[in-house]
Design a protein around this ligand. Structure first.
Ligand code: TRP
Length: 373
């Protein structure tokens, strides 16, 4: 694969992603100024929108029409439990919580606890149950309004889902799934079926409300592949096509396109301040120059600097502050070590709070899991 090549599927992201090309490849739309203005009328502004970290969508205008008409709109997102939560995961959920609050919407939060069991050779249902609980602690700690959030755990709530999943499956051929997800003949049939389970929650708003109801799905752009299939079958089954609002990937510390859960390079939500500091200092890919003299003279490159990207995507909502960090780094006034320190302090301040909220979340997580859907 050459430098310009990249590939994005829900199960693998390789190369440096060119988001303009991806928009064409995926057949999604850029969020243009007109749609953004319409959305902001209902939600207000958010730095992730303003900075185009959420950059693309499908069918957003249908949701906006519904909002304009004061119709009820649902939000839907999810997490396949397969390991601990890292900083990158929080990106879409932070936005989702904000959206839920601003729209006062019901959120369906799917926990497809079979997905990674089917996709990863060594992951068992016991592992997945453990990660379901553990991940829910982080999700609850983010402060989702529990009265308006319904957690849909696939193996537990299969009764709510299975019939609909089969209806989706009936309209979907193996060759479509193979092409969309890059599957092979040798892959287990569970991998072929799984995507139908990810379609189901997009239709549940209409089932619950007993009338056509719009559903907005905030997610990273790779997940749109699932929802392309959902859109294709929606009308055949008599449901509205769901809308997606799509984000770029949070880069890993080493600046791979997407932060992965393997290796020790991720920052976990349970990391202690010293760990955070060590990892950022050691692994955060720097756009700075090799020596202080050179850096002072030539300046750094914030566009490829992971610490700067993380500030922009997650930790520095203030545009003025971000711009001065950007300019000072570019001019050489701000050194790489200093930029890293800004990030370390931000992450540690966030984690101190988050870890406190995790303790409260621990107290309610079992009752959340025990809930009927
Ligand atoms: N497939 C997602 C993952 O790998 C989980 C998921 C299920 C999801 N439903 C979703 C993600 C809806 C975003 C939106 O974690």
């Amino acid at each position: 694969m050459t430098k310009e090549e990249f590939s994005v599927t829900p199960y693998e992201v390789t190369g440096q992603v060119d988001y303009d090309k991806l928009i064409l490849q995926f057949g999604v739309k850029r969020i243009d100024t007109a749609s953004l203005a319409r959305l902001k009328k209902h939600t207000g502004d958010h730095f992730m929108l303003r900075r185009q970290h959420f950059f693309a969508h499908t069918n957003l205008d249908k949701v906006l029409d519904a909002l304009d008409k004061k119709e009820k709109v649902y939000i839907y997102t999810g997490r396949a439990p397969s390991g601990p939560i890292h900083i990158g995961h929080l990106f879409v959920w932070t936005f989702t919580k904000w959206l839920q609050d601003r729209l006062n919407a019901t959120l369906i939060f799917q926990i497809p606890d079979e997905e990674k069991v089917l996709f990863k050779d060594d992951l068992t249902f016991e592992d997945s149950a453990k990660w379901t609980r553990e991940n829910l602690i982080d999700i609850i700690a983010l402060g989702f309004d529990l009265k308006k959030t319904r957690f849909l755990i696939d193996t537990k709530h299969a009764n709510v889902m299975y019939k609909l999943a089969c209806q989706v499956a009936k309209k979907t051929t193996a060759s479509t799934v193979r092409a969309l997800f890059g599957l092979k003949n040798e892959d287990n049939v569970g991998k072929y079926f799984y995507t139908t389970m990810q379609s189901v929650p997009a239709f549940l708003p209409t089932v619950f409300e007993g009338k056509q109801t719009q559903c907005l799905i905030p997610c990273a752009v790779d997940q749109d592949v699932h929802f392309r299939l959902t859109r294709d079958v929606a009308e055949k089954l008599g449901y509205p096509k769901p809308a997606t609002i799509l984000s770029k990937f949070v880069p890993s510390l080493s600046r791979d396109s997407k932060m992965s859960s393997s290796g020790e390079q991720a920052i976990w939500t349970t990391d202690a301040p010293k760990e955070v500091e060590r990892k950022i200092r050691k692994y955060a890919f720097s756009g700075g120059k090799d020596t202080v003299e050179e850096h002072r003279k030539l300046g750094g490159n914030p566009d490829i600097d992971v610490s700067f990207q993380w500030l922009s995507m997650l930790f520095e909502p203030d545009d003025h502050k971000l711009a001065s960090i950007h300019d000072d780094y570019k001019s050489g006034k701000l050194l790489s070590g200093e930029l890293k320190q800004i990030l370390i302090d931000k992450i540690n301040a966030f984690l101190a709070e988050h870890q406190k909220r995790r303790l409260d979340a621990e107290k309610v997580v079992d009752s959340v899991i025990a809930q009927h859907f």
